[in-house]
Design a protein around this ligand. Sequence first.
Ligand SMILES: Nc1ncnc2c1ncn2[C@@H]1O[C@H](COP(=O)(O)OP(=O)(O)OP(=O)(O)O)[C@@H](O)[C@H]1O
Ligand SMILES: [Mg+2]
Length: 52
Amino acid sequence: MKVIPLLNQRDDSGKTTVATHLTRDFQLEGRFILLVDSDPQEDAHDRATVRG
Ligand SMILES: Nc1ncnc2c1ncn2[C@@H]1O[C@H](COP(=O)(O)OP(=O)(O)OP(=O)(O)O)[C@@H](O)[C@H]1O
Ligand SMILES: [Mg+2]
């Protein structure tokens, strides 16, 4: 199992954007991927790119 951490101390640096786009890209390649959103804002939860 590979783990890809996307971390940055700065706010608004694009962490969630990159995470959700990577997730969708891997999905479209037919890979199994689990996006873990450890941010209390749960922003990744709300983004349409992670659906389907
Ligand atoms: N490559 C990019 N070019 C332009 N805008 C971008 C890019 N990546 C992200 N953004 C925009 O920057 C803003 C912050 O992105 P994002 O929410 O992904 O950052 P974050 O690091 O997850 O923020 P937070 O620390 O609040 O969780 C969003 O409005 C997003 O649409
Ligand atoms: Mg975020």
